[in-house]
Ligand binder design. Structure first.
Ligand SMILES: O=c1ccn([C@@H]2O[C@H](COP(=O)(O)O)[C@@H](O)[C@H]2O)c(=O)[nH]1
Length: 235
């Protein structure tokens, strides 16, 4: 998939997860497995998803000392996942260690999972950045700075809002991946997200992939909503 719409499997029961996936039939999907599902269902569920032909972004957002992150990534590299992430706030050493761990853990002949870094969560706005996190630079500057650190560490790309994609692609190059959550159709509830765009806007801003959770998982007809959002995203 060149520009995937990644479905965030944020549901509160394995049966709901299974029902949701059944509603998509045989279509191979790009699925984002987050902490909720991974902590509940573990590695065996990832194997199930892979067997069904799906691609997996394991969104665990590692953020710890470099040694711990490296050793953890070495384990995650064995799980058959396609993408995994860290928080760029862990710094260059931590990101380099994450990459080393992934490389060491990837079996010969297998493709290393892509490694991307969260710049600033899409639930953060400028006011939170300044007043809670005490970061006084603008959101654009901070996100770009973290993207550059991730690139310097050798990572494949970042998680950011689609709003920051043009800046990141201009400074880090078009092949540096931008994976963008905070996606909503015009009338969807925004919830806790702050830096939000529609699938159409994400495409015109140049996002490489969009992540959609509740708009699909909480929809009365997830398949129909997925198809509509995918069409609006241009895939
Ligand atoms: O900055 C970030 C990083 C990760 N996420 C994750 O994406 C989905 C979005 O879900 P929605 O229901 O579409 O809001 C969710 O799993 C987050 O953990 C993010 O939103 N922002």
């Amino acid at each position: 998939m060149q520009h995937p719409l990644m479905i965030a499997l944020d549901v509160d029961h394995p049966e709901k997860r299974k029902q949701l996936l059944e509603s998509f039939g045989e279509e191979p999907l790009f699925l984002k497995v987050g902490m909720e599902m991974f902590y509940r269902e573990g590695i065996s569920a990832l194997e199930e998803l892979k067997k069904a032909g799906h691609s997996i972004f394991l969104d665990l957002k590692l953020h710890d000392i470099p040694n711990t992150v490296k050793r953890s990534m070495k384990v995650l590299a064995t799980l058959g996942i396609d993408m995994v992430n860290v928080h760029a706030a862990g710094g260059i050493k931590m990101m380099k260690a994450a990459l080393e761990g992934l490389e060491e853990g990837t079996a010969p002949g297998r493709q290393r999972p892509k490694l991307i870094a969260v710049t600033q969560l899409t639930s953060t706005d400028s006011s939170m950045l300044e007043n809670e996190l005490l970061i006084t630079q603008s959101m654009d500057k901070v996100v770009l700075h973290y993207a550059k650190l991730a690139q310097e560490a050798g990572l494949d790309g970042v998680v950011c809002s689609a709003k920051e994609v043009p800046l990141i692609h201009a400074e880090c190059g078009k092949t540096f991946l931008t994976v963008t959550p905070g996606i909503r159709q015009e009338n969807d509830a925004v919830g806790d997200q702050k830096r939000v765009v529609t699938p159409q806007m994400a495409r015109s801003l140049g996002s490489d992939a969009i992540v959609v959770g509740r708009s699909i998982t909480a929809s009365e007809n997830p398949l129909q909503t997925y198809r509509m959002m995918k069409a609006n995203w241009g895939e």
